[in-house]
Write a protein that binds this ligand. Structure first.
Ligand code: NAD
Length: 258
């Protein structure tokens, strides 16, 4: 768990004030909002890639398509993924509460763990811009199926189960490096950033593009941008407010004052 120390009460009040005055808040979340649910991020101090830089290859589309051994390892990791046993934490619940208060216009998440839905965020406000771990997709025919069924095949002795429809390579329905984003999702995310009067970037290092452009898109369209992250991010110097804090501790306090 990241603990960035005490946060000034004034800063919490300032962000709560911005949210109170806002009509349309768009939030962008990253792996940092789920670390307090026991899912490690990639680049934080306990991040998967911080500890093992070679693990990045597992998220690269070309390596996945070319290397059967890497796919076998990827299936084993999917089986053991902490998301299966994870529950939403106070940060996820605070964003669901912000929606109930009528403030949340859209929630763009880079996370693939499904915890925002579990916390109660409405599917029509949620854009899973990097896909979901809860489905698999065929890299040849685009067929989609529940992850659960594919994992049952791995458990039953198929270490790299092929697509049942065409025999192609199956992968989690997440966006790997080298794989294009869903254009419709990216357009919705961009439109939500442009329509917002406050844009919250929460628990993301803002280093994965094109998503990392969204705070700038929002700012150019007139939004106030708040960055909430335990460590410095790529957008801190341009943000209106930077809250360096543990999300699960501070976000509920802010939303309670809205
Ligand atoms: P990242 O790993 O690059 O950055 C996460 C940031 O969150 C870090 O800067 C870290 O300091 C901060 N952080 C961690 N715990 C925090 C906490 N409790 N409070 C405040 N800040 C905290 O993550 P990213 O920017 O989302 O980019 C990584 C990519 O990896 C994304 O595309 C995402 O899809 C994927 N990913 C997803 C999950 C998940 O679904 N939970 C987990 C790991 C990676």
């Amino acid at each position: 768990m990241v603990d960035a120390g005490p946060v000034q009460d004034g800063l919490i009040g300032e962000v709560a004030g911005l949210l109170r005055d806002a009509d349309r808040v768009t939030a962008l979340t990253g792996a940092g909002i789920s670390t307090e649910s026991g899912i490690p991020d990639f680049r934080g101090p306990q991040g998967v890639w911080t500890k093992d830089p070679k693990a990045e290859r597992l998220s690269t589309l070309q390596a996945y398509l070319e290397d059967p051994e890497l796919r076998v390892r990827a299936w084993r990791l999917r089986m053991e993924h902490p998301a299966w046993d994870a529950s939403p934490n106070a940060g996820h619940r605070a964003l669901a509460e912000l929606e109930r208060k009528g403030k949340l216009h859209a929630l763009v998440t880079q996370n693939i763990d499904g915890l925002h839905q579990k916390a109660g965020t409405s599917p029509d406000r949620l854009i899973e811009i990097h896909g979901t771990l809860r489905e698999v997709m065929c890299m040849s025919c685009d067929d989609r199926a529940p992850m659960e069924a594919a994992l049952a095949r791995v458990r039953a002795g198929e270490p790299d189960p092929p697509c049942r429809t065409c025999g192609g390579i199956l992968k989690s329905a997440t966006i790997s490096f080298g794989q294009p984003l869903n254009q419709g999702d990216m357009e919705r995310a961009r439109a939500a950033a442009e329509a917002s009067d406050v844009f919250l970037a929460i628990g993301t290092s803002l280093t994965v593009y094109p998503v990392a452009y969204l705070p700038g898109v929002a700012a150019r369209a007139g939004a106030r941008v708040v960055v909430m992250n335990a460590e410095p991010t790529a957008y801190d110097r341009s943000a209106d407010v930077v809250v360096r804090a543990s999300i699960g501790r501070v976000l509920p306090e802010i939303v309670a004052r809205v």
